[in-house]
Design a protein. Structure first.
Length: 186
């Protein structure tokens, strides 16, 4: 057997190779409560309006806050926040204030009640655009109504979850902008 031979792989572990993007921290606020959760199940769905889909398990404390408010902030942490990302993901907001526990700054957002996280590289304020898939799949479709990005670094080192407590770090940048043709965009 060589390294190029196909081998069967458990379908329930396919996300190790297909995880769509960087791990994010989703902050929420509703009915006098606030929370932050770690999320790796999201996908860009449309450019304009800017739509993002997220699977948020009904078992998470954040689910009811997010469902009730119909809004959230999707925050982009960098590698430097990995310990906080893991801690947030392994702690219940029903038991502890995760902002305090993990030293995260809850900054006021402009368009939604949920806070931005000051230590993150980017923050995307979102309002619920579609909830038809929530009941069956816990899948929310968000419209990004306000976006914030820190200019430095231009290409942050983000983390990507591959399962079983293992993360990959965004790596080398490959520039193919010379081949980019804007007329091909929708």
């Amino acid at each position: 057997m060589t390294g190029n031979d196909w081998q069967p792989y458990p379908v329930e572990r396919a996300r190790r190779y297909l995880e769509p993007g960087p791990v994010v921290l989703v902050s929420s606020a509703w009915a006098g409560q606030r929370n932050v959760m770690t999320l790796g199940w999201h996908t860009v769905m449309e450019f304009s309006p800017s739509l993002v889909g997220c699977m948020i398990s009904a078992g998470n404390y954040s689910f009811e806050l997010i469902r009730g408010a119909g809004e959230c902030v999707i925050n982009l942490p960098t590698l430097e926040l990995l310990d906080a990302v893991v801690g947030v993901g392994n702690t219940s907001g029903a038991v502890v204030d995760k902002f305090e526990r993990f030293g995260l700054s809850a900054e006021p957002a402009e368009a939604v009640a949920a806070p931005r996280i000051g230590e993150c590289h980017a923050a995307f304020e979102c309002r619920l655009a579609e909830d038809r898939l929530v009941a069956d799949y816990n899948f929310f479709v968000w419209e990004i109504v306000r976006a914030w990005v820190k200019p430095v670094p231009e290409r942050p080192r983000t983390v990507h979850y591959s399962g079983d407590g293992v993360f990959m770090v965004s790596g080398e940048t490959v520039d193919r902008s010379v081949d980019f043709r804007p007329e091909m965009l929708p």
